[in-house]
Design a protein around this ligand. Structure first.
Ligand code: NAP
Length: 341
């Protein structure tokens, strides 16, 4: 097995990636070393690389390694690991964007050999690495927002008399929010592009409203009221629309993005790094359920449909241009890269 560890390093804020060799790290107690076989280029990483965005946490020092999720094969185990063995195929997320410095360089997933806490790993059996990595990040974001922060129940516990609004359901996070809300048992109303309406219905939406329609808020008001409101696009227009739908009584909604939006005082916006929910010790119960029960079940039983993806050949060298294409909005679905190529 090669001990080489190539990484796409970001040498400084807004500097282009350099693919170079990093030392092969060894797992400390409670950690594992994973040979990373698939990364999906997320808008978060593209924004951190190209605009210095620090929305989910800052990079404390450079060089740094972006990417906080991946899928691959367990190569080495630290002391005290049970339930995992060398050779297991896994999907995982790391603290790379939660903690900077040395932790970031050990755990950033834009590299070939990644250190990961064994608590944030799920076995994937024989599912394709691409499929697992495409689902884990956006589904954790959606479930973190809906279940952990808005209080929506687990699958099968909701009622179809309680409506959920997912704004911006066209993206990866929005698509997974629709599927989770439907699996919980709710009636799901979404905004999306008209060209996406058929897929949205298949994912579980009962009504699809064009978010560009001039009367979008009126249409949504006539389809409500909503018990849970979520924007998977997070843009200011969506936040204002959800705040307006909560009037006159007020309430709360969750958003994937923050920003200075100027919302009414009776509206609470919940904006968190939902994609990192399982990394926080205070969410230990969620983490256990997510990694030991829910995510493995979703993958094994094929319970959600991932967004479409395109493979980018060229390994880590391809990540810079792939990030530019994501940042510039040129990509529908996700770009997936194999760091071993
Ligand atoms: N807070 C967190 O934890 C967290 C985690 C993950 C992602 N995010 C953020 O969430 C956002 C979405 O991420 P993603 O991975 O789902 O992105 P994505 O898969 O790239 O979604 C892009 C799609 O969203 C739709 N969209 C774009 N702008 C929209 C708008 N203004 N209103 C409604 N729909 C719009 C478009 O679909 P149509 O053209 O078909 O409408 C577009 O193709 C990003 O900004 C990302 O940084 C935050």
């Amino acid at each position: 097995m090669s001990s080489q560890n190539l990484a796409a390093l970001i040498p400084g804020a807004r500097k282009a990636l350099e693919v170079t060799s990093l030392p092969r790290n060894h797992p400390a107690p409670g950690e594992i070393l994973i040979r990373n076989q698939a990364i999906a280029i997320q808008p978060l990483d593209a924004k951190m690389l190209l605009s210095g965005y620090g929305g989910a946490g800052a990079l404390e020092s450079f060089p740094a390694v972006l990417g906080s999720s991946g899928a691959g094969i367990v190569e080495e185990l630290g002391e005290g690991i049970t339930g995992l063995a060398a050779g297991d195929r896994v999907v995982f997320d790391t603290q790379a964007l939660v903690k900077g410095g040395e932790t970031n360089r050990r755990e950033g997933t834009w590299q070939q050999l990644v250190i990961c806490n064994a608590k944030t790993v799920a076995k994937i059996g024989d599912i394709a690495f691409e499929q697992a990595v495409l689902i884990e990040f956006p589904l954790q974001t959606a479930v973190g927002a809906l279940h952990l922060f808005l209080g929506m129940g687990k699958p099968g516990t909701g009622s179809d008399g309680e409506k959920v609004l997912v704004w911006g359901a066209g993206g990866a996070v929005g698509s997974h929010a629709v599927q989770y809300a439907k699996s919980a048992g709710h009636t799901v109303i979404v905004t999306a592009s008209p060209r996406d309406a058929e897929r949205q219905k298949r994912l579980g939406a009962s009504e699809v409203v064009d978010y560009k329609a001039p009367d979008v808020v009126d249409q949504l008001r006539s389809l409500g009221p909503y018990k849970y409101l979520f924007t998977g696009s997070g843009d200011p227009a969506s936040q204002k629309a959800l705040a307006s739908l909560l009037q006159p009584q007020g309430g709360r909604f969750a958003s994937v993005l923050g920003g200075e939006v100027g919302l009414p005082s009776n509206v609470e916006r919940i904006y968190k790094p939902f994609s990192k929910a399982a990394q926080k010790d205070e969410n230990g119960e969620f983490r256990g359920w997510w990694y030991r029960e829910y995510l493995p079940k979703v993958l094994k039983e094929n319970l959600v449909e991932p967004v479409k993806f395109t493979r980018r050949d060229g390994g880590l060298v391809a990540v810079q241009q792939a990030s530019v294409d994501v940042f510039e909005g040129k990509v529908r679905g996700k770009l997936v890269v194999n760091p071993q190529e």
